[in-house]
Design a protein around this ligand. Structure first.
Ligand code: NAG
Ligand code: NAG
Length: 183
């Protein structure tokens, strides 16, 4: 039961047990635990996969400016978020927004994304990520800068890890673990 752990313990465990933790493909979409007893905040951990499809007839990411994978290349996205790594898993939300190749050596993206959720008490609430994504790295961290609905006043961070990448098509499945504090 994760709820017994303090914020710091959980973080340590996350680092130590990274390989098995990130292999879980059917972990629960969300869990809550007390974050700070003094200010009565809640910590939520959300776990999902986003499916970025750039190929085929129904892409979820389209290049709208510049050239794909080159400095300045900019895409608008509306990616489904699923509970498990396969596209057939339940859709728990969508990642809508954009990304732009913001480094001259084409190694990092500016990410501007609104994650809007569809599940239970999160339905209709959103989280906003604004950060730098060094997508060639195994693990990337991006700030969660705000949210709406149940996530008003939120702050936190997202850890992203590419689970699958098709070199031929450019399609990717990325695992997200998002940790946020809210009221
Ligand atoms: C998922 O949630 C159920 C019911 O709350 C709980 O029993 C189970 O341990 C959870 N699984 C994981 C992997 O956290
Ligand atoms: C989420 O909210 C929408 C709009 O209120 C509703 O149509 C939908 O059934 C809800 N989904 C779930 C899973 O509760």
């Amino acid at each position: 039961m994760v709820s017994f752990f303090t914020y710091n313990t959980l973080f340590t465990l996350t680092i130590i047990f990274l390989p098995p933790f990130f292999k879980l493909t059917n972990a629960n979409f969300s869990e809550q635990f007390p974050a700070d007893h003094h200010v009565n905040n809640q910590m939520s951990h959300l776990h999902f996969y986003f499916h970025d499809i750039v190929s085929g007839k129904h892409p979820t990411a389209i290049t709208v400016a510049g050239r794909k994978n080159k400095f300045g290349g900019t895409a608008i996205v509306d990616d489904p978020l699923t509970e498990g790594v396969e596209p057939g898993f339940k859709v728990v939300g969508r990642a809508q927004g954009m990304y732009a190749m913001s480094s001259q050596d084409a190694s990092s993206l500016l990410m501007v994304r609104n994650f809007v959720f569809l599940e239970g008490k999160y339905n209709g609430s959103s989280l906003t990520i604004l950060g730098r994504n060094q997508f060639l790295e195994n693990m990337r961290e991006m700030p969660v800068v705000g949210g709406s609905g149940i996530f008003r006043f939120v702050r936190g961070y997202a850890l992203a890890k590419t689970e699958r990448f098709n070199v031929g098509t450019g399609d990717a499945v990325v695992e997200y673990n998002v940790f946020v504090m809210h009221h």
